[in-house]
Design a binder for this molecule. Structure first.
Ligand code: SF4
Length: 340
């Protein structure tokens, strides 16, 4: 297998549906299910991503590696997941190492990968596993879901790739592929209830093949059945209920667009964390004054209040600290008192 640089998002949160579909349901026959499975697994053998955390051929892998990979993949394109995963695993190769990491260390390793709360959640989950489960990630869904930052997608990834369990993994790519191929929906995430997709995912899972089937679906959704589908090169085209609609020129329901990143609070949060991270990693004093932070970030006076407000939000979220006039990355170190 070779590594493909998938350009789509691996694991955006599967949003609740906003429209209920009234299209007839196309229940796949046993023969059709078999043919779809065979075609997709054949395609995956030649075109699937070769990523470090996926166990081979159903062999149990490393549950911690699977947890890290799944958290890294949340709302992040695959092209950025692999370097982030490798950086994290190099810094914290075991769950015990992640449990010992300070918030500042974790955030430095996370860098500018986005959604930095995930770094804190990984450390918190690791501490919980060390404290409550003897350092062994639980295998059961309910115990995994009780860990910080672990939702159904992450729990399924740990169970499938970490423990070799025969469970289906549902991310936004899987929703799109199954909803289009089996039900003819053009934008299934917007039109189908999650329970319906979960049923289909369970129905399609080939016995004993979860470790190949799940990534095959995810990869097809990332590389071929994208928001703008590439039906002409799709291995499932001859089975796909949606394809005639797409050929007729129908286009997918437009999902609400994300607000622009440029100038957003998200961008400013990233800038604040970057300054705190660089300062924290410089080997100098672990804090800087809020005034210095503001001065490094803004040229316009009207933006100062925004930086201070967002710093306060980061403090509440545990990503930064502020005591009096001082601030820094992660949790406050000893000695960071309120003197000026
Ligand atoms: S034929 Fe087109 S719509 Fe159907 S699964 Fe393939 S890429 Fe997606």
């Amino acid at each position: 297998m070779h590594r493909r640089g998938a350009h789509d998002t691996l694991a955006r949160v599967y949003a609740s549906p906003v429209v209920t579909s009234h299209r007839p349901h196309h229940e796949p026959s046993a023969g059709r299910v078999r043919r779809i499975r065979r075609a997709l697994l054949g395609w995956y053998a030649d075109h699937g991503s070769d990523v470090p955390w996926r166990s081979a051929e159903g062999e149990p892998g490393d549950p911690y590696a699977a947890l890290v990979a799944a958290v890294c993949a949340q709302q992040t394109p695959m092209v950025r997941v692999v370097p982030l995963y490798e950086r994290w695993m190099a810094a914290f190769p075991t769950i015990a190492a992640a449990a010992r990491a300070t918030r500042a260390e974790a955030l430095r390793i996370w860098g500018n990968a986005g959604y930095p709360r995930r770094a804190g959640a990984l450390c918190d989950a690791s501490r919980r596993v060390v404290g409550d489960h003897g350092g062994i990630l639980p295998r059961e869904s309910a115990s995994l879901l009780a860990l910080p930052g672990v939702g159904p997608f992450t729990a399924a990834v740990v169970r499938c790739f970490g423990y070799g369990e025969q469970v289906s993994i549902v991310d936004v790519n899987v929703v799109r592929v199954l909803g289009r191929v089996l039900l003819g929906e053009l934008e299934p995430a917007a039109s189908l209830p999650p329970a319906r997709i979960n049923d289909l995912a369970e129905q399609m899972l080939p016995p004993g093949e979860a470790a190949r089937w799940n990534p095959a679906l995810m990869d097809l959704g990332a590389a071929v059945c994208r928001a703008r589908p590439r039906c002409d090169v799709c291995v499932l085209a001859r089975f796909c209920v949606a394809r005639p609609r797409i050929t007729r020129g129908e286009s997918a329901t437009t999902l609400p667009r994300q607000p622009p990143y440029e100038g957003s609070d998200r961008q400013w949060r990233g800038r604040i964390l970057r300054v705190l991270r660089e300062h924290s990693g410089s080997g100098a004093c672990p804090w800087l004054t809020v005034r210095t932070l503001v001065a490094r970030l803004v040229a316009k006076p009207e933006e100062r209040a925004r930086v201070r407000r967002l710093l306060d939000v980061l403090v509440v979220e545990g990503l930064a600290w502020r005591i009096g006039a001082r601030c820094g990355l992660g949790e406050a170190p000893q000695g960071a008192t309120s003197q000026e």
